[in-house]
Ligand binder design. Structure first.
Ligand SMILES: CC(C)(COP(=O)(O)OP(=O)(O)OC[C@H]1O[C@@H](n2cnc3c(N)ncnc32)[C@H](O)[C@@H]1OP(=O)(O)O)[C@@H](O)C(=O)NCCC(=O)NCCS
Length: 172
């Protein structure tokens, strides 16, 4: 059996024509806020407001990447993080339902992992709804491990959170 890396799998899929959305990833700009708020409304039962998104991603210890469709220049996904010392917390990840399953979410998470490695972070961590199998599998595929659970962490509907972490340093 031949095992392919994530990048090789993606290249093979795009070669086979499985991915039909073409996009670029760049850093967040304040003028992106409205599109991010619209994505939040589309994806979450408790969406972040425009104001909270702008406040969060303007902070010095936060960073955010957006994925932009090359077909229509629209924002189709984004990922947001904040950092404490050498720890990186993914706070938001959302991809438009129109383009899911085409590698946008994985590319955004990989971008954060690359940034975290460049900045010599110890780990990247996040919480995810226990029922969100698509997201859990995506994180596992990119090397995150389940670290624990927060009981009834989410509301609307009430649900446990799974804590998932990817460590970069040996022995952790
Ligand atoms: C989770 C989420 C960000 C994934 O984004 P995405 O662009 O679809 O992610 P990818 O295409 O990179 O990977 C999705 C994987 O799930 C698989 N998948 C299975 N069922 C799927 C479905 N119904 N929709 C999309 N992907 C599905 C895809 O095939 C892919 O796996 P593969 O790469 O092994 O083929 C997106 O579904 C989303 O925004 N969901 C709502 C918000 C959310 O749950 N955010 C995460 C909070 S922690």
């Amino acid at each position: 059996m031949i095992l392919l890396s994530n990048i090789e799998q993606k290249t093979l899929r795009s070669f086979l024509g499985e991915y039909n959305v073409e996009f670029v990833v760049r850093r967040f700009e304040p003028s992106d806020t409205k599109s991010l708020a619209n994505l939040e409304k589309e994806c979450f039962s408790r969406p972040w407001s425009e104001e909270s998104l702008l406040t969060e991603f303007s902070k010095r210890n936060s960073f955010c990447f957006v994925a932009i469709s090359l077909q229509n220049s629209k924002i189709i996904g984004y990922i947001g993080c904040y950092c404490v010392l050498d720890e990186c917390y993914i706070t938001n990840l959302a991809v438009s339902s129109l383009v899911r399953g085409q590698g946008v979410g994985s590319t955004l998470v990989e971008k954060v992992l690359k940034e975290a490695m460049q900045r010599n972070f110890a780990f990247v961590t996040l919480e995810v709804r226990a029922s969100n199998i698509v997201a859990i599998n995506l994180y596992k595929r990119l090397g995150f491990k389940e670290q624990g659970m927060r009981k009834a962490y989410y509301s609307n509907p009430t649900e446990d959170a799974i804590l998932m972490t990817k460590f970069f340093r040996c022995g952790e």
